[in-house]
Design a protein around this ligand. Structure first.
Ligand code: CA
Length: 253
């Protein structure tokens, strides 16, 4: 895990990596830090690159389900991957289905392409996923993995910071999946509103808003600003039994 990945995962990095953790999270976090230290000592490839190699060795080209299964296997048995994972993935898939086969989807935080594949495989010919990712390692791995899954026609992975990319976007999106740095959720949603990228019924799905990450400002905003009907879904941090939540907010207009 790179420092950027760690910051993305651990909202509020300015507080120090361990200072804000609840006791139940400490063992899991220390395990991730141990794995990252081992990888660094060994000079291992960046984790998205390791995941790409695992997919190419264990999945079937053109079969998205097998690609997701290979990424799940890597995350459970090799190294943690901050994918949305299969449990919260079901919540996300339900929102994709609700948006319909022609949905235009925007994702902030592509990482290895797991959620982009999960969403794109449910779309029809008119649907699309635009995924914005800052890390070059992740962009390169995600593009290859998405192509391996046979979904590069439906997914564009665009490299850049969300704050730079959002002002360049045009037209509305039916579903927006927030899964990048947790302390950017609120500012980026406000930027999305300012660019008029939402229309009534557009859904904002924010991952990792449970007690570990706790982006209070974002949750207060979507629940109290009056533009959204917002609900909280109980779940777990991907590949663990640690509690987590997703916030699903429908834009009223
Ligand atoms: Ca996530």
């Amino acid at each position: 895990m790179t420092p950027d990945e760690s910051r993305k995962l651990h909202y509020g990095s300015g507080m120090g990596m361990l200072g804000f953790l609840k006791p139940a999270h400490i063992g899991w976090t220390l395990g991730n830090l141990r794995d990252a230290a081992i990888d660094k000592l060994r000079g291992s490839a960046p984790r998205p690159e390791q995941a790409r190699l695992h997919v190419e060795a264990h999945a079937t080209r053109g079969d998205p389900a097998s690609v997701l299964a290979a990424l799940d296997d890597f995350a459970r048995n090799r190294r943690f991957l901050m994918n949305v994972g299969p449990e919260k993935g079901q919540l996300l898939e339900a929102e994709v289905d609700r948006a319909g086969p022609e949905a235009r989807i925007l994702e902030l935080g592509c990482y290895c392409g797991y959620s982009a594949i999960l969403m794109a495989r449910r779309l029809g010919a008119g649907g699309s996923v635009l995924s914005i990712e800052k890390s070059g390692h992740s962009v390169r791995a995600a593009r290859t993995i998405i192509d391996f899954a046979g979904l590069s026609h439906a997914v564009e992975v665009r490299q850049g910071a969300s704050g730079d990319c959002i002002p360049q976007l045009e037209a509305h999106f039916d579903l927006i999946f927030l899964d990048h740095w947790k302390d950017l959720y609120e500012a980026d949603l406000r930027a999305i509103e300012a660019k008029q990228l939402l229309r009534p019924g557009s859904v904002i799905f924010a991952d990792n808003v449970g007690s570990l990450f706790n982006p209070e400002d974002y949750l207060r905003y979507v629940r109290e600003c009056g533009h959204y009907d917002s609900r909280s879904e109980e779940s777990h941090i991907e590949y663990t039994q640690l509690p987590d939540r997703a916030e699903i907010s429908v834009f009223r207009g």
